[in-house]
Design a protein around this ligand. Structure first.
Ligand code: ZN
Length: 354
């Protein structure tokens, strides 16, 4: 029994480190699971959970002294229902993570000592594991229920979508990505990361130099008797080349830390894969990690595939979800944290559908 706990908690801990999201809820989860792991490490007997008060969780997550946290602050900050749903969503939203727990046959759950109201709000929280089999049956029942609901209220359904992140194991990296990314992942402060930075800077500088040089040659064409016509054509061709590498290679990568998700620029996507995105996380040392992935959703209007695309020219955000079948009509917003999107088209469009 103890081994199962150890394996499941270790798996969750690694998954949390592996998909770092910079939110308090994930930090709470990380705190709780690492305390369970610490307890297991120091005991040889059957699993005894390390029960934590809200203050302890809050203080550890914020890295402050427990004594400085008053119980009301902690109570408002650490909500058990939200913790449970965050854990649930964390596992279900990530195919890699979900698969790992299905293979183990167990998944971690949050347990609380619902000590009843009033009594000094000393609710204790810890983690336990649950067999997945029952859950699968329950899940089927739930989806069956949801399906019957869908028939009744399809308007709500069309107005929002849920994105899926492609499993890392299903991503086929391009040769260029393999050069810099290790298993689809790049730590910005590593040898590969720094060399990609240097390459980016080289592209940046050479783009400018090429543009200036070509421009000067064209300006001074009359005064340079040695330049023949084909040389002039060659030089003028360099300007669009510099522009393209600037626009489609340098700028997207430059914007990645600010936008967090970008379309994979040229060379990063595999030639035979038509869609790839790059997402940036912050890892446990708060360093940036870039990862090749793909966000998709099913279009609720026509059941086509929704992929991320540029928001221009009709939308304000740089990235939106566009249906492959009707890219300018079936447009949804994109939120990488909630993995949700809502319809961005004309409101009447939806009511006309009914
Ligand atoms: Zn569609």
């Amino acid at each position: 029994m103890k081994n199962n706990h150890l394996i499941v908690f270790n798996e969750l801990y690694n998954q949390l480190l592996n998909y770092p999201r910079d939110t308090l809820w994930n930090t709470y989860l990380k705190t709780i699971v690492s305390e369970q792991l610490r307890k297991i490490e120091y005991s040889d007997e059957a699993f005894e959970p390390e029960k934590l008060s809200r203050q302890q969780i809050y203080a550890k997550a914020k890295n402050i002294d427990e004594k400085n946290v008053d119980s009301q602050t902690a109570k408002n900050a650490v909500k058990t229902t939200k913790l449970k749903s965050t854990l649930e969503a964390f596992i279900n939203d990530q195919p890699d993570c979900k698969k790992a727990f299905i293979e183990l046959g167990y998944k971690p759950i949050i347990v609380t000592s619902a000590s009843g109201g009033g009594s000094k709000n000393k609710t204790l929280l810890w983690m336990d594991i649950q067999v997945i089999e029952n859950e699968a049956v329950e899940h089927i029942d739930e989806t069956a229920l949801v399906n019957t609901d869908d028939d009744i209220e399809s308007v709500d359904d069309i107005s929002s979508i849920t994105y899926e992140r492609k499993a890392t194991s299903n991503i086929k990296p391009s040769l260029f990505t393999k050069l810099f990314f290790k298993q689809g992942e790049l730590k910005v402060l590593s040898v590969r990361g720094v060399s990609l930075m240097l390459l980016l800077m080289a592209v940046f500088v050479s783009d400018i130099l090429i543009a200036i040089y070509a421009f000067l040659v064209l300006l001074l064409l009359d005064d340079l008797p040695t330049v023949s016509l084909w040389q002039a054509i060659l030089f003028s061709a360099m300007i669009p080349f510099a522009y393209i590498s600037w626009r489609y290679f340098f700028m997207p990568l430059y914007l990645l830390p600010y936008h967090r998700v970008i379309k994979a620029p040229m060379f990063f996507a595999n030639v035979n894969v038509d869609n790839a995105d790059i997402e940036m996380y912050r890892d446990k040392d708060r360093l940036n990690v870039a990862r090749v992935t793909e966000f998709t959703a099913t279009c609720p209007i026509c059941s086509g595939t929704i992929i991320l695309a540029q928001g221009k020219p009709d939308q304000k955000p740089p990235l939106v979800g566009r249906c492959k079948e009707a890219p300018h009509a079936h447009v949804y917003s994109f939120d990488r944290m909630t993995m949700k999107g809502c319809f961005l088209g004309v409101p009447n469009y939806l009511s006309d559908k009914l």
